[in-house]
Design a binder for this molecule. Sequence first.
Ligand code: NAG
Ligand code: NAG
Ligand code: NAG
Ligand code: NAG
Ligand code: NAG
Ligand code: NAG
Ligand code: NAG
Ligand code: NAG
Ligand code: NAG
Ligand code: NAG
Ligand code: NAG
Length: 823
Amino acid sequence: MANRNLLLCVFSSFIFIVTLAQNTTDNLKYVDQLIGSANGGNVFPGATLPYGMAKAVADVDSQSNQGGFTTENGNVTGFGTMHDSGTGGSPSLGNFALFPYASCPGDDVNRCRFPKKERKVTYKPESVKASPGYFGIELSSGMKADMTTAQHTSLFRFSFPSSGNSTGGSPLILLDLTDLADSRQDNATISVNSETGRMTGSARFLPSFGSGTWIGYFCADFTGAAIRDNGVFVNSRASNATKEIKITRSINASPLPGGGFIRFASNPADGILARIAVSLISSEQACTSAEAEIPDFDFEGTHAAAEDAWREKLSPISVSTTGVDPSLLTNFFSGIYRTMVNPQNYTGENPKWETSASAPYFDSFYCLWDSFRSQLPFLTILDPLALTQMVQSLISTYEHEGWLPDCRMTLCKGYTQGGSNADVVLADAYIKGLGADRSIDWETGYSAVVKDAEIEPFSWSNEGRGGLDSWKALGYIPTQDFDYNGFGTMTRSVSRTLEYAYNDFCIAKMAEGLADEGDVEKYTERSGNWKNLFYGYLFNGQDTGFTGFFQGRFQNGTWHNQDPLWCSTIDPSSSRICSLQNNGQETFESSLWEYGFYVPGDQAGLIATYGGPDAFVKRLDYLHDQNITYIGNEPSFLTVFQYHYAGRPALSAVRSHFYIPRYFSPTNAGLPGNDDSGAMGSFVAMSMMGLFPNPGQNVYLITPPFFESVSITSPLTGKTATIRNVNFDPTYAGIYIQSATLDGKPYTKNWIDHSFFTEGKELVLTLGRNESAWGARVEDLPPSLSEYVGFGNGTVNRTVGFERRWRLEGRVGSVEGGASGLL
Ligand SMILES: *[C@@H]1O[C@H](CO)[C@@H](O)[C@H](O)[C@H]1NC(C)=O
Ligand SMILES: *[C@@H]1O[C@H](CO)[C@@H](O)[C@H](O)[C@H]1NC(C)=O
Ligand SMILES: *[C@@H]1O[C@H](CO)[C@@H](O)[C@H](O)[C@H]1NC(C)=O
Ligand SMILES: *[C@@H]1O[C@H](CO)[C@@H](O)[C@H](O)[C@H]1NC(C)=O
Ligand SMILES: *[C@@H]1O[C@H](CO)[C@@H](O)[C@H](O)[C@H]1NC(C)=O
Ligand SMILES: *[C@@H]1O[C@H](CO)[C@@H](O)[C@H](O)[C@H]1NC(C)=O
Ligand SMILES: *[C@@H]1O[C@H](CO)[C@@H](O)[C@H](O)[C@H]1NC(C)=O
Ligand SMILES: *[C@@H]1O[C@H](CO)[C@@H](O)[C@H](O)[C@H]1NC(C)=O
Ligand SMILES: *[C@@H]1O[C@H](CO)[C@@H](O)[C@H](O)[C@H]1NC(C)=O
Ligand SMILES: *[C@@H]1O[C@H](CO)[C@@H](O)[C@H](O)[C@H]1NC(C)=O
Ligand SMILES: *[C@@H]1O[C@H](CO)[C@@H](O)[C@H](O)[C@H]1NC(C)=O
């Protein structure tokens, strides 16, 4: 609340109450949490609040269970309460699974199968139901589980086939000291209260993509039937005579199974309710949360509150449904939903430093390398209060841990993939108006990004940047750098150089408001370091008809040679090592070809380097048409819209329709890669709403929304911004902007800034079936560090890219196909 008041004072010279216009459309009904629950989307499809810490779902043992549950190839091993969404790497969280048994064979507790490898059961695929704040499933045994959550607490309702049958057995629920990745360390504990059945305890686990360990605590209570007995289990044996254990990991790959159990005297018709809260502070705190958040085990009430929370989060945005295929609405709102599942709000749950409503703590930034591009920028529009808290949290993480994180999960430092991309996150928030927000300590935020740029950490696999001596002396990160100041994986010299350069560009943007001219100049100059790796000739790589790529360079200046297609989707070798391994390449999870576009601060300079806008467009087309880029990984995002910088906004529109819905269908297997904590969801949302960010800059690239209109009410100012398509064509043949007005006046720029949202402007786009000259003149192009050159007298050759585009699309302008695009 304190933040909201502060923001209101800052953002308006007059005080008014923010009331979000309640729209008649219930956006909630378009949310399908199961999108991305198969085919490696790895989303968390269960019950959660926005940014909730409790995330309840059925956990399965499929190969791709990073988010807990999948709709493919898995058997249910339990019902966990902590999860992440859309991550790659090893499965994340899944802690403190419950598992219900209708009864034990022969009524003998030792004949229930406790270890999760033995107890797992198949489920009925058609029984799976997921909606905001809810998940339900029926196992093949006939056992039904429904679940909902509050902030730190899950509520499960287990009903058994013989429910209501007075002689129908004695249900048992166990609580397993486990997680999805079997990462539990030594000395987990559980204690079962024989009177109340309450179970409390804790265990230490490993983070799924980071260093160190963390401890999770829980507090579980049960209701619905009288307690028969309770106790603990170890491996396959249990006893009601023992109420407490401390258990080691043992020496095998999986930790020794262990936990608590509770058995009930009857099998009630309404099932048994299990309430479990988690904490990173103590079991007592978990119990306090449980009692405060779900005091009466009120399933419907908890579910309704979760639904309301989601309804409110989705309420600032409304779209016209006229003519639009409902599947696109599902795609859109489900993408939006996924942007608010992670990061998670762990305020009050941080044992390392005090956090509170005025000093929030967010965790599960997983990872910023993914989310800086469009997810966090999207939240700046839709949920700026949450984004403010995330920025405050990143800055206080810097204060207490010494560095901004690049990736962070469950209190641990995650692995850095490329640059110090928290710099982009801070700059993006700063220039989009949060810079005026005094509740954010921007001076400290600025010292944090400067530290990234100036001081090398001892372990730059976890924070900051490596190779800073070389960076400052040579203006690039050398391939096989000699670096004795700090240590990290000595690969990715090209992608790190490009990312560091853009990170410095963002620092310069912040310096304009927070430091002196000297810093602005210094970081602006360093942002040009990308030029030092441009090699204008072709090495002995595969000839794609293009010459001039970024290449690695040794410390002595000699060029290193990597085939520009390596680590692309069409890499001739499918076994190339392209991630964080020590034997990885000079680009991270991407090729030289694709990284060849990663100069977000100086597109004009890059276009000139490539020989002008036509050559640039040909390259971008080749990148997409030949499948060099992969829309399922985040470096591709901006390349979809970079045509804008060559004066060809029409081609960005075509390209976004090329990918959506072809590569993003609203089906379980519909995502092209891991959702990455909502990064893919935000790509869908922002592409479809027609404004895509160049993060770190006050720039949204304009394309026609996929709907006749989109309205977004700023939660900060209460004003509503609207984008409307005139001549809207739901078959998407007419996706070319012919002219535009902003608040009724002609608007020719192909981009717009964030005041569009905060000031509630109206952008009206008149569409046609041919590319037009709209947004094509140099003065219409988005800002760039260098001047645009090589654009002739301000006209571009619209034949380039477009003719072929018509053929490629088929449905688009097939009648006119082949006609000259020169207007
Ligand atoms: C799930 O269980 C069924 C039946 O026991 C079995 O056929 C199947 O292989 C199991 N699936 C996995 C992924 O273990
Ligand atoms: C009730 O449970 C008992 C014992 O499991 C079983 O024999 C009986 O058929 C059940 N009755 C009904 C109506 O389900
Ligand atoms: C675990 O507990 C045992 C027995 O109390 C103790 O000897 C050991 O030091 C503990 N290990 C850790 C890592 O705390
Ligand atoms: C406790 O366990 C023992 C041994 O399995 C069993 O005989 C007894 O009935 C159990 N107590 C209760 C209350 O069920
Ligand atoms: C949302 O509300 C606005 C203003 O009340 C209205 O103009 C618009 O048509 C509504 N959108 C939908 C999709 O109903
Ligand atoms: C995060 O949690 C804190 C403490 O409960 C709360 O004050 C804050 O409003 C939450 N933030 C968001 C964005 O929900
Ligand atoms: C520069 O260093 C590289 C890598 O050690 C080496 O292969 C190359 O021969 C050196 N070039 C010169 C001119 O010394
Ligand atoms: C690109 O990939 C898509 C999907 O895998 C495929 O349909 C298409 O034929 C590929 N295009 C080229 C040029 O290989
Ligand atoms: C598109 O442009 C071509 C060539 O200028 C022209 O023949 C055609 O009529 C145009 N189509 C529309 C719908 O304006
Ligand atoms: C701009 O350049 C184009 C192509 O070179 C030419 O056709 C046109 O006449 C020029 N326009 C002006 C105003 O110079
Ligand atoms: C425009 O590009 C096309 C295709 O590359 C080319 O054939 C044509 O000569 C170009 N026109 C101008 C005026 O440069």
